[in-house]
Ligand binder design. Structure first.
Ligand code: ADP
Ligand code: MG
Length: 360
């Protein structure tokens, strides 16, 4: 059995380590010669990186800039950490008032509810009270008393999100007028940590397509979307990191006009009495999920890949694989961990056909 946890990162650009948010253009070349252009920017508690191969560095840099702006805008609307975000306002008004929101926030919340329905509540963006209770919101892990877990579970229920959208054909989707969200119980709160990064990547891709960028990889902390290919390669190669060896790869696959996302137990976690508690919580039990080390999902949009990687992580190998196989255009790998911390994996059929295993 394989011993690993998977985490995505760019296989071919391992050396492109994330540094200061600045424009880096490799090669000083005139128009006509293809160059690699990379920009990084800090957002959502992590880094976004956009890599483009283009013959026109100036236009590419402008397009990348606007794509990064679109991602930053998603953060401003949907962050639970930013007091002036729409999500924070929805949370403040829980049990009181409906809040008018942008079409973007409305769409992401609506989509999140779709994944809740698909998974019988395994994915649930009202998870916030439990995330806070376990100390993940402030990054100070703790074991809450059972009583507190039970109390918080009463506030975790996606069915208590009320959506209200009135479509006016003359002024469709005007901010603040027609899209309203209300949390029905005081004490509820939204956390889009399992879906918003993917959506931000999709927003970036939209800008890059508008600008006719042909060869690009957008990466927001393991949520990626690829178009075209790097110079002299037929496709972007996306590496999956070996779980216990940060610097080595388990394997890789080619990605084109698709998204990929990984949820793992190895980046945001704490250890108590020798037991690991990670940041993905089962809404039904109120406890962090154990028995899964990581899930990698390929999908048509980065939002879907992001939401499903978290969903399948909660569902576990059996139900998770079933869900993956039931959705068109979705493939994935689930890395399990038994009580002795032995790791093994299951893959969907489509995933196994394209995954190149490098080591066990
Ligand atoms: P990362 O945040 O590392 O990109 P994920 O995409 O898997 O990883 O999202 C995990 C985040 O999703 C958690 O930090 C938390 O904010 C939120 N979350 C935790 N449990 C759930 C759940 N059952 N359903 C929806 N979101 C969750
Ligand atoms: Mg996710």
């Amino acid at each position: 059995m394989l011993k690993f946890i998977a985490k995505l990162f760019i296989f071919l650009t391992l050396s492109t380590s994330i540094c200061l948010a600045q424009i880096q253009t490799e090669n000083i070349a005139s128009i006509g010669e293809e160059q690699k252009i990379v920009q990084t920017r800090q957002m959502m508690g992590t880094w976004a990186e956009i890599t483009v191969y283009s013959q026109d560095a100036k236009s590419a840099n402008i397009a990348i800039e606007s794509a990064l702006d679109a991602m930053t805008a998603v953060d401003s609307l949907m962050s639970a950490y930013k007091q002036d975000s729409e999500i924070s306002e929805i949370n403040r008004q829980a049990g009181k008032n409906a809040v008018s929101v942008s079409p973007q926030t409305f769409w992401v919340v609506k989509s999140a509810i779709h994944y809740s329905e698909l998974s019988d509540g395994a994915f649930d963006i009202t998870i916030s009270p439990l995330v806070r209770s376990w100390g993940f919101f402030r990054k100070q892990g703790r074991i809450p008393p059972q009583e507190e877990i039970d109390q918080n579970r009463a506030f975790v229920n996606y069915k208590l999100i009320e959506l209200n959208s009135e479509h006016n054909p003359l002024t469709p989707f005007i901010k603040g007028e027609y899209n309203r969200i209300k949390l029905l119980k005081n004490g509820m709160a939204l956390d889009l940590g399992g879906i918003a990064k993917g959506y931000a990547v999709d927003q970036a891709i939209e800008k890059l397509r508008d600008a006719k960028i042909e060869n690009v990889l957008v990466n927001l902390s393991g949520n990626m979307y690829a178009i075209g290919h790097p110079k002299d390669k037929e496709a972007w190669h996306i590496g999956i990191r070996h779980p216990r060896k940060k610097e080595s790869l388990l394997g890789f696959l080619k990605l084109q006009e698709e998204a990929i996302s990984t949820s793992g137990d190895y980046e945001k976690f704490f250890i108590h009495d020798g037991k690991k508690y990670s940041h993905i919580i089962n809404p039904h039990t109120g406890y962090p999920v154990s028995g899964v080390a990581s899930v990698t999902i390929i999908a048509k949009t980065a939002m879907e890949a992001d939401a499903l990687s978290t969903t399948v992580f909660v569902l576990g190998p059996e139900k998770g694989l079933k869900l993956i196989e039931s959705i068109d255009g979705v493939e994935g790998i689930i890395v399990k961990m038994d009580e002795k911390e032995e790791l093994s994996f299951v893959m969907s059929e489509g995933f196994s056909k394209r995954f190149v295993l490098l080591q066990q």
